[in-house]
Design a protein around this ligand. Structure first.
Ligand SMILES: COc1nc(N)nc2c1ncn2[C@H]1C[C@H](O)[C@@H](COP(=O)(O)OP(=O)(O)OP(=O)(O)O)O1
Length: 212
């Protein structure tokens, strides 16, 4: 029986991939604000991240995204934010949903996460984000994924690995599902100093033979 936290909805089968902070209750929230976060992943070997240069999450590496504007769908907002922040367009598809509650904020973040496996345009630094490619370490990939062993000639191995120590603490829990192309959902509650105090992440079951 999967004990899915309040704030999360999903369709289809889901297995728990990580949870913690059982001694705390889920934080109550008044409102929910809609956000997006988009990742471009090439050959299942490298991912484009941006260093946040200002505002919420400054100094952390993340996907590209922000608030969903009035009248926009999350998919439209994801395309707009990727273009504004990294200068590129991509055929984004929703690959997960994350729900975050901070004890200092009145509204929870509902983040529609989008992925694309190709892009067009020239990657360009913006006022908000400095884009850079990172290699996806093997321990964040399913071992049986045939693409992970193929050399596509783009030298992903020479790139720095994803800088998890300079990213939001939740990322390490749901990123393996994203890189394994499994739909994921999750919630994390944050206390002081952006520390996670309670969390739960789930993903669609791995294909038979996958290791994560
Ligand atoms: C709390 O944990 C989080 N983890 C991760 N991985 N990502 C998060 C977390 N909290 C927020 N985010 C994402 C969601 C968005 O993609 C950005 C925040 O968006 P921002 O505040 O920059 O929104 P904008 O509309 O771009 O802001 P401006 O009004 O400054 O343009 O972080």
């Amino acid at each position: 029986m999967v004990n899915i936290p309040p704030g999360i909805t999903h369709d289809g089968p889901m297995v728990e991939v990580a949870s913690g902070g059982v001694e705390h209750d889920w934080i109550k929230y008044e409102k929910v604000k809609e956000y997006t976060n988009a990742f471009v992943i090439l050959n299942d070997q490298k991912v484009l991240l941006g260093l946040k240069k200002r505002g919420f999450g400054v100094g952390l590496w993340n996907g590209f995204g922000g608030k969903v504007d009035p009248g926009e769908t999350p998919a439209q907002a994801a395309v707009r934010e990727l273009e504004e922040e990294a200068g590129i367009t991509a055929p984004l598809r929703q690959c997960g949903t994350l729900f975050f509650v901070e004890n200092t904020m009145d509204a929870a973040f509902n983040i529609s996460v989008f992925c694309a496996y190709e892009y067009s345009g020239t990657i360009t630094e913006s006022d908000e984000m400095r884009p850079e490619w990172f290699s996806i370490p093997e321990d964040l990939l399913p071992r049986t994924n045939p693409l992970t062993t193929v050399d596509h000639g783009d030298n992903a191995a020479a790139l720095p690995p994803i800088p998890l120590s300079k990213m939001w603490a939740d990322d390490e829990f749901w990123m393996p599902a994203m890189f394994g192309r499994r739909h994921f959902v999750g919630r994390a509650d944050f206390g002081v100093d952006n520390k996670m105090i309670k969390w739960w992440f789930g993903a669609a079951p791995a294909a038979t033979g996958d290791s994560v």
